[in-house]
Ligand binder design. Structure first.
Ligand code: GAL
Length: 702
């Protein structure tokens, strides 16, 4: 049997157009306005999340000294200390924080302060128990834990305004404070109380204007769910069988995401009005999908997020955090971002333990963030807590403050990163490939999961990882973005589409772009209603196929077969493709549809569309596919990378910065084929670059 790549090569040569589908170079991704390094007074933002309020004041000076010695020039503080800042309603006390800031600032350390709304005080719950959210069974949470508030509770909103106003007033002129982080990891919980119910009904009224329009859009004729008055509209709460109208559910997801954005904006408006010189951000959660970050982030100066690679280790290894970094960067038009919480030790809550990483890996993970466009990395947390739920969640230091191996690893990077700053400043990730993430599709798949084997993020990774295995940078883009900067756009399982998105995709292909679609695309309209067009719905003309039959999951093994007979397994969803204008690339090998097309290509305008009707567990299938895509679109692959090595690049005019990251415990090497300069030592690196275990190389090339 011939190798997969060879087989793809044969396919590629058959379908290569006489003229390249892409005329000339496209502009690279858009410019980025906020400069984190300038904001941090010319220094790469290198920090720790710090909770001085939990430690004796006598220890603060020593902490600041140890931070400074480790190259730390930044802290984030205060995001859970509402009761310390406002011990009684309307009585504010920032003196403890002032003292901490004074000590830190004497050691060259600036701060971002969290607005402390993630942890409302016990006195606020005592006075207004209904500030807590209500679950779908109608039970209200109680004080304890954190972030369990209702986003529409008027008492909570009033209390938020008060504390945020007081914080902004107090720190508006303090140079030690360079910005604010709004709340902490906005996004949960869903709330089903009357405040949220009324807010949802109003949201629906704003969107649809008339009940007729809403009833039509949601298809409430089904099961006789027609509404005759706005107050009848429910939330997707506890029902028999746990099922709801999928259209209502998708609108509820949008409503919740909008409500979170409104809450963030309520705070952002106060901060901007009172303290206009301070930057505003919030700490986000990468692949977390209850919020559409691409819409949330319009109100922020820059994106920050919390990176715990341990959570991805079993999923797709280092590509997990890589994609999350790229998604976070993409959620604000590829502007450079920072990591507000970077894993610094063993994760562990009351009820679970994570894995301990080799100390060197924490540094590699932090550099991975930089390689993907971070101009700041702040480690969570300075010191492990002696109290509460997170006593087992290691910070840089343990409770005993001993300068342990993690401290030394982080201090090493602290020195290096200052040396790298002039090289990094002004550089960005530039990509010719983009992955289209559709928040509407993600929600719709949660609402009506496809099959047991389906996972939207894994679909993203199938394509993303294949490009990254060949060192091709990938941006993440969202439906409202402009795709024209890219040569290749991959839109896996683009389930929910509207006419505007289809218009933009058509324009992209018409102008020479290569679009890759996969199974279950074009199925739903923007109301989460099934299309009456032949599948793939509005995308059919672009893909040049129609789908009259599909097999969601077979009990028999399935395989896909190349033109030369090479075959690979397929395991999730099988669209049986009928050719209109497309040509077949790959067919099915088993079952009643053996011999039918599984993967097709359609030349359209000056570009082309590849439709992949199934999913394969074989990386080699995707390696072949991206090779074909690269040949057609004129993309250059990077060097062959051994498993466990990632290569990513940033660039600025006249200079490319290459990061080679070794996530393994063995020495590795990469044949770059050209001499580069080691950005840390200044030495010329040989064309074959050696990377020690759990280590990295930062190289420059002019
Ligand atoms: C983050 C959170 C931090 C801390 C950390 C470790 O999600 O923002 O406050 O809880 O996880 O559990």
């Amino acid at each position: 049997m011939r190798s997969w790549n060879k087989a793809w090569g044969a396919v590629a040569s058959v379908f290569m157009l006489a003229t390249p589908i892409l005329g000339g170079q496209r502009p690279s991704s858009s410019p980025r306005p906020f400069n984190l390094i300038q904001w941090n007074h010319g220094k790469f933002v290198y920090g720790a999340d710090y909770y001085p309020e939990a430690w004796p004041e006598s220890q603060w000076g020593k902490d600041a000294e140890m931070m400074q010695a480790a190259g730390i020039n930044f802290v984030r503080m205060g995001e859970f200390s509402w009761v310390k800042m406002e011990p009684e309603e309307g009585h504010f006390d920032f003196s403890w924080l002032d003292r901490a800031l004074k000590i830190l600032s004497a050691h060259g350390i600036h701060a971002v302060l969290g607005t402390p709304t993630a942890s409302p005080p016990a006195w606020l719950y005592a006075e207004y128990p209904d500030i807590a959210a209500m679950n779908a069974e109608g039970i209200r949470y109680r004080f304890g834990s954190r972030r369990n508030y209702c986003l529409h509770n008027p008492h909570f909103l009033a209390a938020t305004r008060q504390i945020v106003t007081a914080l902004a007033e107090h720190y508006k002129d303090n140079p030690a404070v360079i910005g604010f982080q709004i709340d902490n990891e906005l996004g949960n919980p869903y709330c089903y109380d009357n405040y949220c119910l009324t807010a949802f009904q109003n949201w629906c009224r704003d969107k649809y204007k008339t009940l007729d329009a809403l009833n039509r859009a949601w298809g409430t004729v089904f099961w006789g769910h027609t509404y005759t008055a706005w107050p009848q509209i429910p939330l997707p709460w506890n029902t028999l069988y746990g099922v709801h109208n999928p259209s209502l559910e998708l609108d509820y997801d949008r409503f919740f995401s909008d409500s979170t954005k409104n809450y963030l904006e309520l705070q952002a408006r106060i901060l901007r009005r009172i303290a206009p010189t301070k930057a505003i951000t919030t700490n986000e959660m990468g692949m977390f999908d209850a919020i559409d970050y691409s819409r949330l982030n319009t109100s922020l100066d820059f994106v920050a997020w919390d990176n715990y690679p341990m959570f991805d280790q079993n999923q797709s290894d280092y590509f997990g955090p890589a994609l999350a970094h790229d998604l976070m960067r993409g959620s604000k038009h590829n502007q450079n971002f920072m990591v507000m919480e970077e894993e610094a030790g063993l994760p562990g809550w009351t009820t679970f333990w994570g894995h301990q990483a080799p100390p060197g890996l924490y540094r590699v993970w932090a550099y991975q963030a930089v390689a993907h466009g971070a101009d700041g990395v702040c480690f969570f947390r300075w010191r492990t807590s002696t109290y509460g739920t997170e006593q087992y969640w290691q910070g840089i230091l343990d409770q005993d403050s001993y300068p342990n191996s993690r401290y030394h690893v982080i201090a090493r990077m602290g020195k290096e990163i200052q040396r790298l700053t002039p090289i990094l400043e002004g550089s960005h990730v530039v990509s010719q490939v983009a992955l289209l993430v559709s928040p509407d599709s993600r929600w719709a798949f949660h609402i009506q999961p496809l099959t047991r084997g389906f996972n939207y993020n894994r679909q993203l990774h199938r394509y993303y990882d294949a490009f990254r295995r060949r060192a091709v940078n990938v941006d993440v883009t969202f439906p409202q973005d402009n795709f024209s900067a890219y040569k290749v756009l991959v839109a896996p399982s683009l389930f929910v589409v509207n006419s505007e998105l289809v218009r933009k995709l058509t324009q992209f292909v018409n102008h020479g772009g290569l679009l890759i679609l996969s199974y279950r695309s074009g199925v739903k309209d923007s109301h989460n209603v099934f299309t009456t067009r032949t599948l793939p719905g509005r995308l059919a003309p672009l893909a040049g196929i129609s789908i009259h039959d599909y097999d969601p999951e077979t009990t028999q093994p399935q395989k896909i077969v190349m033109s030369d007979g090479a075959s690979y397994p397929a395991d999730v969803w099988f669209d049986i493709l009928t050719l209109l204008t497309a040509r077949v690339l790959v067919t099915y090998g088993e079952n009643f549809y053996a011999g039918q097309p599984a993967v097709t290509i359609n030349h359209y305008g000056r570009g082309a569309v590849i439709y992949v009707g199934t999913e394969s567990p074989s990386n080699r299938f995707y390696d072949g596919l991206v090779k074909l895509a690269a040949r057609r679109a004129g993309l250059t692959f990077g060097p062959k990378l051994p498993t466990g090595i990632e290569m990513a690049t940033r660039q600025k005019p006249g200079e490319k910065i290459i990061f080679l990251l070794n996530y393994t415990g063995k020495p590795q090497s990469v044949e770059l084929g050209t001499a580069t300069r080691n950005a840390l030592t200044g030495q010329t690196e040989p064309v074959n670059v050696a990377i020690p275990p759990y280590d990295l190389r930062v190289l420059t090339q002019r």
